[in-house]
Ligand binder design. Sequence first.
Ligand code: F6R
Length: 615
Amino acid sequence: MCGIVGYIGTKHAYPILIKGLERLEYRGYDSAGVAMISESGGLNVYKAKGKVSDLKAFCEEKDTTGCAGIAHTRWATHGEPNSTNAHPHFSASGRLALIHNGIIENYITLKEKLVSRGIQFRSATDSEVLVQLVEYIMQSNGIELLEAVQVALHQVIGAYAIAILDREHPDTIICARQSSPLVVGLGNDEAFYLASDASPIAEYTDKVVYLNDGDIAVLQLGQELKVVNMDNETQTPNVKQIDVTLGQLEKGGYPYFMLKEIFEQPSCLRDCMRGRINVDADRITLSAVIDYREKLVNARRIIIVACGTSWHAGLIGKQLFESLCRIPVSVEYASEFRYRDPVIYPDDVVIAISQSGETADTLAAIELARKAGAFVFGVCNAIGASIPRQTTTGVYIHVGPEIGVASTKAFTGQVTVLSMLALCIANERRTIHGDQYKEMVKELTQIPAKMELALKTNEQIERLAPIFTYAKNCLYLGRGYNYPVALEGALKLKEISYIHAEGYPAAEMKHGPIALIDSEMPVFVIATRDRLYEKVISNIQEVRARGGRVTALVTEGDTQIQKFADHIITLPDTMDCFQPLIASIPLQLLAYHIAVCKGKDVDRPRNLAKSVTVE
Ligand code: F6R
């Protein structure tokens, strides 16, 4: 959702804040703003509708001096995207500036109370209520900022990561978190950095503190980091070392992060497997499985909770766990699960899958599962995020920061981790034969090289893409392990090219969607040579018979499908269960090139945000 950046130190704050916003722009980009305490002691706040580049242009002739500041890139929840609703928001007197990520659920009640006491609001946001409330409490009780923040937060219901700058105390930033992420970076020169995730901090320091829910941090120049809670009890900050290289945060010569991330999948998956699959490629070791063997091996059932692309990875996980481990699995949209009254047994294993580790719905589903006494396991990418901290154990996918809003490498990383997990548990449960286990582990290690071959389809796909830019609707068909690949291919196209697309199990098409098929409808079929191959050929013929235009993903050496398809894209062969790792690549490339042909901003698709920290 929104991105937060802060800096207090001895350097010029503005360039650090702007660079930080650029790194966080994937979180939201409908407006941006910055507040700094200038050299002359004034509190300068500049805001602009649009992207960070618009804010930069707006600030060109302005006073951007000062060594302390906060900045924000917004993804609107309350109030349309414009410069008034952009953050930072001021207090009534203009003394305080505040940035906020999250949603204040009781903001109407709080606002009415403040309005009745004569405070005038400028924006339509829920966030402004925080800064007005804090100043009102300071003034009416004659107390300092920290105490006023503590009193104010006791009255607030909702999710927040906030940072406040006080004109009267230019050496201090106060920040707080509840259900929205916030990271403090500890600079070598006594400076403090602040951000929604570690990416804007990584180039300055590798020492960070991930704030916990309820933490209020005081970043005061020349002082140690002070963390307290709302009741002013001191909390001990847990300093962590981060390991993010600058190269991981930059485009590395690619026009978009999405393309870079598609192309880095082979090396990401090697990283994901490194240290987990041994050199002889005959054994997988996951420490979480060693530490919690009994829980995992004796699971009565697995419930997977996730959203979006991570949910699609979960659908593949279901097939893996059921077929290899013989454990029944249900895959739930976290957003639905949390509001149902689901049956959860204490001997259930709940697997939460999330790239960002901050998705509000997935976090809420985890809480529900924990309350029901289930064992909760996380599959996450962002190190130190809320989900890995709120699950009992888990496995990081280790694919490096994913910045493109449309998820690509996280999906294949999640499928790889789920494959390793299913193989480990199946081996422990003895539900697969030792030879089959070894053969599958070996094949998994071959996947990065096969992905490299699949990436060679890029030029062909780039040539094909213009044909599909006219389409208003597209259908993606697949069966078995390739059905979730069809869903994921359709989601990628929708997200970045704004073409309506549906993923469907190929055999279900005749129960309805077949009515949509005509010569205007591109149909993408994943028809790799697996146990459902012959059936998929029949489905392709059903499409052809109705004038549909078929582009088929086929296995190298296939000679049958070209007779029925308008276009074929050839992929290396692999086992059925690993096919999603290969077949998703051309579909990612297809969505990417169609969006580029249509002139869309691939890394910043409209209305989307990378990390959905509101429900
Ligand atoms: C799609 C996409 C989203 C996310 C979803 C869950 O490309 O990125 O659908 O997959 O918002 O996010 P995480 O995995 O961070 O929980």
